[in-house]
Design a protein around this ligand. Structure first.
Ligand code: SF4
Length: 493
């Protein structure tokens, strides 16, 4: 492993690229396939890019960070929900025509395949990757220079023109996307899809010389780690532009009656120590556990279960399991110890990798398992791969009975917005009752929360729950093509 990039001491004096690197380290849980950083240097008028497959700490060393000079930078950790494992599909991506533009995004463009065809047919653009970001870059560059005949002029980079180009992106791109972008010699843009499906937060730091530095990230934990104050979430349909003189302008380009932030951010995806939509992720998980405790108590009263201990599947489910134990006045025990050097299995790309990871990442503690009636808490069952292996492992170590408590309703529908389950037929709960699911997993019982539990626990009424109830917040007429073609493009299931 190469030596990690160092910073003398103060975060505030770190270069933008070094700050990106450090931010990516704390957001590593969002993607473990690849990582990249692009910076822009206004003295040389050059972009610099460093990318690679693997974890952030494996991709970057001091030498690579030193090459990323400049006063602004964007970075990305990849979790492939579209495209291939190839180097070409690693974000951020760049173009030099019709002006210098670098971009990274979190999410998926649902109508990517038809837009890619249109770009090729109508605009004669040759796509060089299988990543939907490339389509976004082409359209954004086109909309920004549309009025000036494809060549930038004095008005191209005004905030008015930028906002209007983002509005056209909203009209064109169906899906969930949070975008950050560098325009060479101009500044940094950030925007979020009109439904707010994918998260984006704004942070600021006051410098000693009276200036302010801004930072955009998927989660507040990156802001905290880098010494920025959390200002607010970028609103659904909002665009922000930090000009080269450091001034920030923001505008709501599209205001939808109902927004739909992804419920899975609170349930599973985001780091527990942060907040999404102003709601603490940890507190939401405690609340989810409290409601699961209530469901557990009902099952105990009906004589269906008689647990001795409450046990989390580490790590995401820990706060919920603590709450369940509190609610049921039962001991909380850690019967599965996680090997922290093995990647999160859900976001590993292939079924084979996921199955190997379960074996490698969890070690059972026999003294806490043998002879016990276990109330095992997990955040979700998506494909069932992990849960089935864990149940078998606990039984092998002498568990008397296993009730699986899930802090989420059953996943029965595909996600087209940036979480990797685009094919509903692969979801365990599809067409199955809780009893069928328990039987398939080898568990004695499975208890799920329902949609109302989820709303109450997170404290937000309007969330995307499409993978639970099939009510998609955007139109989905190209969803079949999205699910099918992402395989041919090398995407993952
Ligand atoms: S479908 Fe599910 S995972 Fe996808 S954005 Fe909606 S809530 Fe999140």
């Amino acid at each position: 492993m190469p030596p990690a990039p160092q910073e003398a001491n103060a975060t505030s004096t770190a270069s933008p690229a070094l700050q990106c690197y450090r931010g990516l380290l704390v957001l590593q849980h969002r993607g473990q396939d690849a990582a990249g950083i692009v910076s822009y240097d206004n003295t040389t008028h050059m972009f610099a890019a460093e990318k690679g497959r693997g974890l952030v700490a494996q991709v970057f060393d001091q030498q690579r960070i030193d090459k990323l000079s400049g006063y602004m930078a964007i970075g990305h950790t990849r979790y492939a929900t579209i495209g291939t494992d190839g180097e070409n599909d690693i974000q951020p991506m760049m173009t030099g025509i019709p002006f210098g533009l670098a971009m990274a995004h979190n999410g998926n463009i649902l109508n990517y395949f038809s837009l890619a065809q249109r770009l090729n047919k109508d605009f004669r653009r040759q796509l060089l990757t299988h990543n939907d970001l490339e389509v976004l870059i082409h359209y954004f560059a086109h909309y920004l220079t549309e009025k000036s005949g494809g060549i930038p002029d004095q008005k191209t980079f005004t905030f008015y023109n930028i906002s209007s180009a983002v509005g056209k992106i909203f009209d064109t791109m169906v899906g969930g996307y949070a975008v950050v972008s560098l325009i060479a010699n101009e500044g940094l843009i950030a925007f979020r899809d009109p439904k707010g499906l994918r998260p984006l937060v704004l942070g600021a730091r006051d410098n000693q010389d009276g200036s302010r530095t801004y930072c955009f990230a998927s989660e507040t934990i990156a802001l905290t780690y880098l010494g920025y104050d959390y200002v607010r979430d970028i609103a659904p349909g909002e665009v922000a532009f930090v000009a080269k003189d450091g001034t920030l302008q923001t505008a709501t380009v599209r205001k939808e009656e109902k927004t739909a932030p992804c419920m899975f951010e609170w349930v599973y995806f985001s780091g527990a120590e942060g907040a999404q939509g102003g709601t603490s992720v940890y507190a939401a998980r405690l609340n989810l556990g409290m409601r699961l405790g209530m469901r557990g108590r009902e099952a105990i009263m009906r004589g269906e279960i008689a647990p001795d201990v409450v046990m989390p599947v580490p790590d995401t489910s820990r706060p919920a399991a603590i709450s369940v134990a509190d609610a049921l006045k039962l001991p909380y025990r850690e019967g599965l110890i996680k090997n922290r050097y093995v990647q999160r299995s859900f976001i590993l790309g292939t079924q084979e990798k996921r199955e190997q990871a379960v074996e490698l990442k969890l070690s059972p503690v026999r003294s806490e398992i043998e002879g016990k009636n276990i109330f095992l808490i997990d955040d979700s069952i998506v494909r069932g791969t992990t849960a089935k292996k864990i149940v078998a492992m606990l039984k092998r170590y002498g568990a008397k009975s296993i009730t699986l408590g899930i802090t989420c309703p059953p996943h029965r529908y595909a996600c087209y917005y940036g979480i990797d389950f685009p094919d509903a037929s692969k979801l365990l709960a599809r067409g199955k009752s809780a009893e069928d699911i328990a039987e398939w997993l080898g568990a004695d019982k499975v208890i799920y929360l329902d949609a109302e539990d989820l709303r109450q626990a997170i404290g937000i009424n309007d969330m995307c729950m499409a993978c639970l109830d099939g009510k998609y917040p955007t139109e989905t007429k190209e969803s079949a093509a999205f699910s099918a073609q992402r395989h041919t493009a090398g995407g993952k299931t």
